[in-house]
Design a protein around this ligand. Structure first.
Ligand code: NAD
Length: 419
C-alpha cells in the first residue's frame, strides 16, 4: 500500500462517522492541483542539467495551501500527494486558516556543492513561482531543506515578482510571507526551531492530565524512549526531560542507546547533544541497542521522531509503551494501528502531535503580513493555546464517537474542511 492509499484509509474511517455527500468526499480525496516541473540547474563544471520536481496543492477551502518542500533522491509523487493531504488535515486539526500542500525535487542534495544547491533552490522556486504567493501557496522547509534554502527561495521569488511589476518596500516585505521557516534575520519567527517539539510536549502534557493516573507506576516518573535525534527528536526529548519525565533511550541513524538501569537512570538530552556534536555519535553514553530494540523497550511513552513506517504489523505486537506520541509523519502503518488499538495503547496521531511546526509557520506568515515581530514568549503562549484547544477538540470527539485519537483528529478536521 502506498502512502496515499494509507492516508485515504485513515480518511475513510473518519468518513464512516459522518454524513457527507459524494461531492464532499470527492473534494477531500482529490488534490486540487498537481504541478510537475522540469527545470535547468547550472552545475559547477559549467554544464546545465534538468531536474524534476512537483508541487501538490491538495485543498484550499480554509486558506492558502501550506506545506514543506522536500529534496530527496526518491521523491515519489504518491508520497508527496499523501503529505499534501496530511497537511490539509493537520492545518484543520490545529485550526489555522491554511490548506494543504507539499513539494518535492528528485535530488540527492549531499551530492551537490553549496553553489549547485543554491542554483537548484532558486531554479525550482522560479519554476513554481506563478503558482505560489502569500495568499495562494506558502511553502516551508521539509526533509533536507533548511532556513538558508528558504532565504534563497524567497529572494528569488521577490526578484521574479519585481520583473513583472513595480513593488513598494511594504509590498516587498509582505511577499516574504510566501515562504515560512526562514532565518530569523530574514523574517523568520522566533520559536520556530523548537516549535514542533514544544507543541508535541504541550499535547503530551494535556493527554497526561487526562490519563496520567492510569500511567503512573507506583508514583514514579514516567519513562520515555525517543527514536531520532534531529530537530524534532532533540526538542521533544528536552521538553520531556524538563517536564520531569525520565528519558531512558535515544537514537539516530547510527543506532540507539539505553541507560544502564532503566528502573532509575535517565539521560539529559542537552548533554547527549553536546557529546554527539563533539564525538559524532552517542556511543559510550549508555548501552548500545538497535533502533528496532528501542521501539520495543518497556517504557511508558514511545516517541517516533525520525521516519515513516517504523511501527508495522511486524513489530506492533511487541510494543510495550502505553502511549505513542507520533512526532514523525506517518510512523505507524494502518495494520499496526489496529493492533495497537486492540492492545489498549494510546496513539497520539502525527496530524495532532507534530502540528506545532505548521502552527508557528502560520504565526510567521501572519507576522510578515502585518509587519510585526512577536517575542518568543508571545509565540510560545499562542502555540500553547492552539495545541491545547486542538487536543481538547480531538479528545472530546474520541470520547463522543468512541474512537481512537487518529480517527477523532480526522473527524475534527473533516468537519472543518467541509463545514
Ligand atoms: P532531521 O533531519 O532534523 O532529523 C532526523 C533524525 O532521524 C536524525 O537524528 C537522524 O539521524 C534520525 N534517523 C534517520 N534514520 C533513522 C533511523 N533509521 N532510525 C533512527 N533515527 C534515524 O528531521 P526532523 O526535522 O527532526 O524531522 C523528523 C520527522 O519529523 C520527519 O518525519 C518529519 O517529516 C517530521 N516533522 C518535522 C517537523 C519539523 O518542524 N522539523 C514538523 C512536522 C513533522
Amino acid at each position: 500500500m502506498n502512502a496515499f492509499e494509507n492516508a485515504l484509509k485513515q480518511l475513510n474511517k473518519a468518513i464512516s462517522h459522518l454524513s457527507l455527500t459524494p461531492f464532499q468526499i470527492d473534494r477531500l480525496k482529490n488534490p486540487e492541483r498537481i504541478i510537475t516541473v522540469n527545470f535547468p540547474v547550472k552545475m559547477d563544471d559549467g554544464t546545465e542539467k534538468i531536474f524534476h520536481g512537483f508541487r501538490v496543492q491538495h485543498n484550499s477551502k480554509r486558506g492558502p495551501f501550506k506545506g514543506g518542500i522536500r529534496f530527496h533522491p526518491q521523491v515519489d509523487m504518491k508520497e508527496v500527494q499523501a503529505l499534501a493531504f496530511w497537511m490539509a488535515i493537520k492545518c484543520a486539526v490545529c485550526d489555522i486558516p491554511m490548506g494543504g500542500g507539499k513539494g518535492g525535487v528528485e535530488v540527492d542534495p549531499k551530492k551537490l556543492s553549496e553553489r549547485e544547491l543554491e542554483n537548484l533552490s532558486r531554479s525550482y522556486c522560479r519554476a513554481i513561482a506563478n503558482d505560489i504567493g502569500p495568499f495562494v501557496d506558502v511553502p516551508a522547509p521539509d526533509v533536507n531543506t533548511t532556513p538558508q534554502i528558504m532565504r534563497w527561495m524567497v529572494e528569488e521569488y521577490i526578484k521574479s515578482e519585481k520583473e513583472k511589476r513595480r513593488l513598494s518596500e511594504k509590498e516587498k516585505e509582505a511577499l516574504r510571507a510566501t515562504f515560512t521557516g526562514k532565518p530569523v534575520d530574514d523574517g523568520g519567527s522566533l520559536g520556530r526551531t523548537e516549535a514542533t517539539g514544544r507543541g508535541g510536549s504541550f499535547v503530551l502534557l494535556a493527554l497526561l492530565a487526562k490519563t496520567g493516573e492510569r500511567l503512573k507506576v507506583k508514583g514514579e516518573r514516567l519513562t520515555v524512549a525517543v527514536q531520532g535525534f534531529g530537530n524534532v527528536g532533540y526538542y521533544i526529548a528536552k521538553f520531556c526531560h524538563e517536564a520531569g519525565m525520565r528519558v531512558v533511550a535515544l537514537s539516530d541513524s547510527k543506532g540507539a542507546v539505553v541507560v544502564n538501569d532503566i528502573s532509575k537512570d535517565f539521560f539529559d538530552p542537552r548533554v547527549i547533544l553536546k557529546n554527539k556534536k563533539e564525538k559524532g555519535d552517542m556511543e559510550g553514553l549508555g548501552k548500545k541497542i538497535s533502533n528496532k530494540d528501542l521501539l520495543e523497550l518497556p517504557v511508558d511513552i514511545l516517541i517516533p521522531s525520525a521516519l515513516e513506517n517504523q511501527i508495522t504489523k511486524e513489530n506492533a505486537d511487541r510494543i510495550q509503551a502505553k502511549v505513542i506520541l507520533e512526532m514523525a509523519n506517518g510512523p505507524t502503518s494502518s495494520e499496526a494501528d489496529e493492533v495497537l488499538h486492540k492492545k489498549g495503547i494510546t496513539v497520539v496521531p502525527d496530524v495532532l502531535a507534530n502540528s506545532g511546526g505548521v502552527t508557528v509557520s502560520y504565526f510567521e506568515w501572519d507576522q510578515n503580513l502585518k509587519g510585526e515581530k512577536w517575542s518568543e514568549s508571545d509565540v510560545n503562549k499562542k502555540l500553547k493555546n492552539k495545541m491545547e484547544s486542538a487536543f481538547d477538540a480531538v479528545w472530546k470527539t474520541s470520547v463522543e464517537k468512541k474512537c481512537d485519537l487518529r480517527t477523532a483528529a480526522f473527524i475534527v478536521a473533516v468537519k472543518r474542511l467541509t463545514g
